[in-house]
Design a protein around this ligand. Sequence first.
Ligand code: KG4
Ligand code: ZN
Length: 362
Amino acid sequence: MTRTILGIESSCDDTAAAVVRQLDGKTAILSSIVFDQGVLHAAFGGVVPEIAARAHAEKIDHCVEQALAQAGVALRDCDAIAVTAGPGLIGGVLSGVMCAKGLAAATGLPLIGVNHLAGHALTPRLTDDVNFPYLMLLVSGGHCQFLIVHDADRFKRIGGTIDDAPGEAFDKTARLLGLPQPGGPAVERAAAQGDPNRFALPRPLLDRTDCDMSFSGLKTALLRARDGVMTADLSLTASDQADLAAGFQAAMTDVLRAKTARALDLYVALSPTEPVLAVAGGVAANGAIRAALTDLCAERDVRFVAPPLSLCTDNAAMIAFAGLHRLARGDSDDLTLSARPRWPLDATAPAMLGSGKKGAKA
Ligand code: KG4
Ligand code: ZN
């Protein structure tokens, strides 16, 4: 049986469309187009929701056209249209949902709303031969959580950040040190030249036995350390920058490693036949963090799966793939599908502290 699905993603600052095909249980990505809006937001030091929404609305149909053309597939050859319906910046999510509704109304194809986080969480099954249940660490600019993925629609959140996401903390660190955005790669490059032990930075919440994390205190400690240098020397030298970056990255790595070890304890207690830790999100590109997780998994005899970066970061192939699961169950939405700024994957998990006044974002 062949199923071909168009996926659309616009929940943050990447406008993306992809065509994915499933043939006799095997999945192929026929195309995956991503328009990165980075340059539009660079001057502001972060994503500006209104600029993002306008840019998505301008680009999304070109993006869909390119994805279909590159796949060599006409819209009428698709079996369904999957679209990110949340969580994310509402203007962007709306751009994608409206585009998908228009295409579904015009073609009569089923419309499938997908949770963006489910897209990330199911990616290891798109790229690698991974069986349920597996442990997923999602670490990006907007998200940080441990999920036990029991099935394509059953996720158990066993911990996450109670304030900043790791990518957000890397980006803020870069700003404090006068390094360019996106901050993660810039901090990693600076850290490679630095001494991680020059500044004593905290490893927050390691005294707690759960899998929750907090990074806002780490950021404040870094600010104090930087101000201490500035007060004494009136400026930051390249070696100060490198030492601060190295100290920050080491603290982040230690926390992620220690909390992942705890998450593994909870997961391995379920006796999975072939235990797997998978990562997704831009921060999973960090060499030090990857090395620490690889090492931890080797110690625990757990397989470590890190999808290629283009599928770890935001893309529409993961949305199409998650949509295929719903399509296979004969499940779809009608044209009343809503765009949701907040949409926790695990509705039973308590809302995280600091997740916003209106409840859990994710
Ligand atoms: O998953 P992603 O592309 O977008 C979303 O947040 O949805 O993640 C982007 C985040 C940014 O905060 C960026 O600074 C961080 O991932 N990042 C990194 C690295 N590359 C990207 N953080 C640490 N080290 C890196 N090498
Ligand atoms: Zn994402």
